[in-house]
Design a protein around this ligand. Structure first.
Ligand code: OGA
Ligand code: MN
Length: 282
């Protein structure tokens, strides 16, 4: 008689409102059997940590594909090397500095990035944690009056706005170059402030690309965007991942914010990223 045993997802919670540590073996994760449960848990927890799972690039691509089909990375590669070392990433280094501020990846894309996986290949000498904020649970905890006020608001996101955080005085040419970036070539995208996920859950789309709230004066717009970002990244919704070599971390990209903490750009810190394509922005 054949006894069929189905692999179960095993995990522990990191904080009440964000994060779970997955305890399954690499073989179990690569089997694809856990994909549906991982998808559900990703949305429930915002961030999933796979301690010292030591994915090779090929394994990371296989795993990412099993979760939802990975999109090609920004330069058409399956794996994107996240490093501030100019010899690794000549043209990407400048815009990667934007990742030191809270953001959602791919806000300039026509199709959102639903999730991302980062694997640690070289540790930083100091700093370099990756921080996450759960914008589902933060949204859930907003007072009903605030939810009613913001539910239908739209926000213009732009790449150039995100770059001003680390380069506040660009040349005109530099500014023009940033403004030409993004799919559709407009350099900006009008997105919902409250993202309605297929599951029915809602989260906030914020971050350094969020330039202004459509229809609000500039001061009120800034208060809305900064106030919500302050709340969503506050302690209950916040998780800082301190990297150990070989860790992988996966996040729900349209339901969370993330950022890198400062580190020595010459230290060789290296993370490999794969991404999962989403559906639409709503
Ligand atoms: C990213 C990113 C953060 C980090 O890969 O999208 O923002 O800690 N990385 O390098
Ligand atoms: Mn990022």
């Amino acid at each position: 008689m054949n006894v069929m045993t189905k692999t179960k997802l095993r995990y522990e919670l990191i904080k009440p409102k964000i994060g779970a540590r997955i305890l399954n073996s690499k073989e179990e994760l690569l089997s694809g059997e856990l994909a549906a449960e991982i998808n559900d848990l990703l949305e429930e927890r915002g961030v999933l940590v796979f301690k010292q799972i030591n994915f090779t690039d090929q394994e990371q691509v296989t795993f990412t594909n099993s979760i939802g089909g990975n999109a090609l990375e920004v330069r058409g590669e399956e794996v994107f090397k996240i490093s501030l070392d100019k010899s690794v990433n000549k043209e990407a280094v400048e815009y990667l500095k934007g990742s030191l501020f809270w953001h959602v990846d791919g806000t300039m894309n026509t199709v959102p990035i639903r999730g991302s996986v980062l694997s640690s290949k070289v540790l930083p000498t100091w700093g370099g944690n990756t921080e996450f904020a759960n914008c589902y649970t933060a949204y859930d905890d907003l007072p009903q009056k605030v939810k009613d006020d913001i539910d239908d608001l739209r926000v213009v996101h732009s790449m150039w706005h995100s770059q001003l955080f680390h380069c506040p005085e660009p040349t005109l040419d530099q500014l023009r170059d940033w403004q030409s970036k993004g799919e559709g070539g407009k350099g900006e995208r009008n997105l919902p402030l409250v993202y309605k996920h297929a599951s029915g859950r809602k989260s906030l789309i914020l971050g350094n690309t969020a330039e202004y709230v459509v229809g609000k004066d500039t001061q009120e717009s800034a208060r809305i965007l900064h106030g919500l970002r302050e709340f969503a990244t506050s302690e209950p919704y916040h998780y800082a991942h301190h990297w150990t070599l070989g860790d992988a971390v996966m996040w729900d990209n349209t339901g969370t914010l993330h950022r890198a903490m400062p580190y020595d750009p010459d230290c060789g810190r290296m993370l490999h990223r794969t991404i999962i394509k989403g559906d639409d922005w709503g």
